[in-house]
Design a protein around this ligand. Structure first.
Ligand SMILES: Cc1ncc(COP(=O)(O)O)c(C=O)c1O
Length: 369
């Protein structure tokens, strides 16, 4: 491969070319029906996504952030409440809490899996805490058994953030089926991605589903009958159509990610990089392949010189972000997440990654290490 090669962090075009005709047919059907907002394509996707998980309800939304927001409100979170959130997640997890008027109570990550550390949750629970949000970060499930037993003990709900973990499994069962509700993102680069914004809530609870459906559509169950103040959080017909096509390929694409991860492990095994763990009782779906390196700036620069794009997910733990500075946390509060943030590096990861590309990435890494 030439020095001018460009290896993207995520490659959406290769996948699109494989399903182009099917996608265009599905989009044509939306055009022909003129059902641009929700409509049959979205309803069909909701049914398929719920069936895929064996859950009773799927409520499609405009994005993952709105799915989290609506789910929190449907779980009864109100201004003045608190919600437990891992400090190392994409800001949307915490933002959804803020949008509901509540306050995130941050918890450090577990060194081994980058997910919320169950041993540190109880110390963050206060009389105002209502919900725990475990985030299955990078595609690896958080320790759900421990988290759910803490939630039960304190009378709290669990809302799974599955934005990075479509089809991941915990002890043989798909994530998104453990908590009272779960939120997914279909941002284009996600393991199941729309061609625009999209999100969904899964739940087996009829009341949560009913309220969530109304909240996403201006507080209404019937047109122009608004029982409470809601939002315009509806999914577009085009996104429902795209997701309906892509869901059929999710299993195959997940296998592609897992194969690429296994190849990376083999290729990088003798290099001084910290490899991601894969816990024995989970099925990791490798939304991201995150390694740890000591001199990250130098390594990133060396990769960029060779045309390899990489990323940092995420460079600033949320308690140190400007957005959450007013909460008054200190740098030393979450030492595991702070240490990880300085060393993590996301290498290119997508289902179509070839052995040749992984070899190229490895050779680009070698001299920098
Ligand atoms: C962990 C996590 N939660 C929530 C979200 C929010 O999803 P969206 O971008 O669809 O609003 C994302 C992704 O962007 C995410 O990675």
């Amino acid at each position: 491969m030439s020095v001018l090669a460009k290896i993207p962090l995520v490659d959406l075009k290769t996948q699109y070319m494989q399903i182009r005709d099917e996608i265009h047919e599905a989009l044509d059907r939306v055009m022909d029906s003129a059902a641009f907002i929700q409509g049959a394509a979205v309803r069909n996707f909701e049914e398929a996504f719920a069936a895929h998980h064996g859950t009773k309800h799927c409520v499609a939304t405009s994005c993952g952030t709105s799915a989290l927001h609506v789910a929190l409100m449907a779980l009864g979170v109100r201004p003045g409440d608190e919600v437990i959130v891992p400090v190392n997640t994409f800001i949307a997890t915490a933002e959804a809490v803020s949008h509901s008027g509540a306050q995130p109570g941050f918890v450090d990550m577990f060194e081994n899996d980058y997910c919320i550390d169950p041993a540190k949750i109880e110390q963050a629970i206060t009389p105002r805490t209502k919900v725990i949000i475990p985030v299955h970060l990078y595609g690896q499930p958080a320790e759900l058994d421990e988290i759910i037993s803490i939630a039960r003990k304190h009378g709290l709900a669990v809302l799974e953030d599955c934005a990075q973990a479509h089809d991941a499994e915990y002890k043989g069962r798909k994530v998104g089926t453990f908590g009272q509700a779960a939120a997914f993102s279909f941002y284009p680069a996600k393991n199941l991605g729309a061609y625009g914004e999209g999100g969904a809530i899964l739940t087996n609870d009829d009341e949560i589903a009913r309220v969530a459906r109304m909240l996403r559509d201006h507080g209404s169950a019937a047109r122009y009958h608004h029982d409470f103040v809601g939002y315009n959080y509806r999914m577009h017909g085009f996104q429902g159509a795209v997701l309906g096509v892509k869901l059929k390929y999710l299993t195959q694409w997940t296998e592609g990610r897992r194969r690429a991860a296994a190849t990376y492990r083999q290729a990088l095994r003798n290099l001084p990089v910290g490899l991601p763990s894969e816990k024995a009782h989970v099925r990791h779906v490798y939304h991201l392949f995150v390694v740890r390196v000591k001199d990250r700036a130098k390594v990133m620069n060396a990769l960029l010189q060779k045309g390899v794009e990489c990323g940092i997910h995420y460079p600033i733990p949320l308690h140190l972000s400007g957005a959450y500075a007013p909460l008054g946390y200190k740098k030393g509060d979450f030492p595991v997440a702070v240490a990880a943030a300085a060393e993590i590096l996301s290498l290119p990861m997508y289902p179509e990654l070839t052995d040749g590309i992984i070899e190229y990435v490895t050779e680009a890494l070698r001299p920098a290490l």
